[in-house]
Design a protein around this ligand. Structure first.
Ligand SMILES: *Cc1c(COP(=O)(O)O)cnc(C)c1O
Length: 476
């Protein structure tokens, strides 16, 4: 059987000694190299069996090269930076809010060293990690106290446990929302141990509906911001001021889940109806809950602002241990809140605010400049600049599109979906929109500093078809 082609395959040990794989030991564990060799040889055996093996492909040096490439592919980080060209500013799948440089720096410093997470440097005694953000949240919302947990879902659970475990929480039927990713208000409430008491109808809920539902087993009254949808037409909802008034009269605590965590007024950005944390506290809410990584523009967190006793009760809950923020997030959250101490500075430095506020003229100029760099590429059959709409996303400002400018690309020789796939899987990854068989890149969410990398990524994705490299990848 001397002419059995499988016999031509080199042995694992021979491949291990090839210069390329001997050198690979510097970066990869021996076992990983052996496993990659075995995988590659298995592929070869199938190809030989199907008579697909091409001349030269069986050479030990060629196999070793492919093993090395395989090792590098496998070693790539699963989480990688993405250039967000979707136009959706708070894109849940892309990590929601990009953080301010200062916040990212604070997280970095916290990560790589020690810090006074729970140590009072003045007295040398143990302190609370919440001190880092408590005063800032109080200052920015006007609340008496505050604490923070991993996200707003956790904030809802722990707040309801503190207020009304085993008791009823009265909520309007119009606010029993699903945020996405399996966050459904009724289910979250069930987890907290509070009993949901629905009142009103989908479109109309009046103060008298809450009033009539109050009984001996009522624990709290709650408002929930309809973050990702709107009920329009014949509608009526109770304001936080009205509900807080009812709470005062009946001695019941009032919780306001405002969702996005706007610390400033978004009207100057052209958006209306986004509840502001400070306004909710001023209106008399006992606890206000909001996310750290939506319109606030910080790290993933759930912030709870409100009365000292309620906050104390929340912090004493054993679940706090499971829900508390880690040092990196706390450092980033503190840094973000500090920026809001000077609202104009926040507008300049918090990326979410900067992206939302970027003037249309500037986006148009950047779109034209980007298009100019792409025109005339042989792999692209057309490159056009167009006016379009972007969205805040992440459940914020759902019905309020933001004007934007996009670059629309039509490829030659490869399908748009294929081109989009190459861009997504390239380095850096670029995620755009595919519409009418065009790849649409929205300048609203592309940072100016990413433009050079974006052009390089587009070049690589466009060119790979011509070089034929893509077919080799597909075979692997
Ligand atoms: C987004 C949102 C939540 C969930 O917040 P996470 O921080 O994503 O857990 C809860 N309530 C409302 C009203 C929201 O908009």
């Amino acid at each position: 059987m001397a002419d059995n082609p499988l016999r031509q395959l080199p042995a694992v040990n021979d491949l291990l000694q090839s210069p390329v794989l001997a050198a690979a030991h510097e970066h990869f564990a021996h076992d990983a190299i052996v496993a990659a060799i075995r995988s590659e040889l298995a592929v070869m055996r199938v190809q030989v069996g199907q008579h697909h093996a091409v001349d030269g492909q069986m050479e030990p040096a060629a196999i070793a090269e492919r093993v090395a490439k395989r090792l590098e592919c496998e070693a790539q980080a699963k989480l990688r930076p993405v250039i967000n060209a979707t136009g959706i500013i708070l894109h849940t799948n892309l990590g929601r809010a990009p953080m301010a440089e200062e916040a990212a720096q604070a997280a970095f410093e916290a990560a790589r060293g020690y810090l006074n997470l729970e140590l009072d440097l003045e007295t040398g005694k143990r302190s609370s990690r919440q001190n880092a953000i408590r005063d800032w949240v109080c200052r920015l919302t006007g609340s008496e106290s505050a604490t923070a947990v991993n996200n707003n879902a956790a904030a809802t659970v722990i707040a309801l446990r503190a207020l009304c475990s085993g008791k009823e929480v009265i909520v309007s039927r119009g606010q029993l929302i699903e945020i996405g990713g399996s966050f459904r208000i009724p289910e979250i409430m069930a987890v907290s141990g509070a009993v949901l008491r629905e009142v009103g109808t989908t479109n109309i809920t009046r103060l008298t509906d809450y009033e009539r539902a109050i009984g001996p087993n009522t624990g709290a009254l709650m408002l929930i911001h309809c973050s990702n949808f709107r009920i329009s037409g014949h509608t009526q909802a109770v304001s936080i001021a009205e509900l807080a008034g009812l709470g005062k009269k009946t001695g019941l605590p009032v919780v306001d889940d405002i969702g996005s965590g706007a610390l400033i007024d978004f009207q100057p950005f052209g958006f209306s109806g986004e509840p502001i944390a400070r306004a909710s506290i001023a209106a008399g809410a006992d606890l206000v809950l909001f996310s750290g990584d939506k319109l606030l523009g910080g790290p993933q967190a759930g912030i709870i602002a409100g009365g000292k006793e309620w906050i104390q009760r929340i912090e004493n809950d054993p679940l706090m241990r499971a829900f508390r923020l880690d040092k990196m997030t706390l450092a980033a959250l503190e840094a973000t809140l500090r920026l809001y101490g000077h609202p104009e500075r926040a507008c300049r430095e918090v990326p979410v605010l900067r992206l939302l506020a970027a003037p249309l003229e500037e986006l148009k100029a950047r779109a034209e400049s980007l298009a100019g760099r792409l025109r005339g590429w042989p792999d692209l059959s057309s490159v056009a600049v167009a006016c379009d709409v972007a969205y805040a996303g992440g459940g914020s400002l759902p019905d309020q599109p933001v004007q934007t400018y996009v670059v629309e690309i039509v490829t030659r020789g490869q399908r748009t979906a294929e081109f989009a796939h190459r861009l997504r899987t390239g380095t850096p990854s670029v995620v755009g929109r595919v519409r009418d068989d065009k790849l649409v890149l929205d300048l609203r969410t592309i940072f100016p500093r990413q433009e050079t990398d974006l052009v390089a990524a587009l070049e690589a994705a466009a060119e790979r078809t011509c070089s034929g490299e893509a077919t080799v990848d597909a075979a692997q």
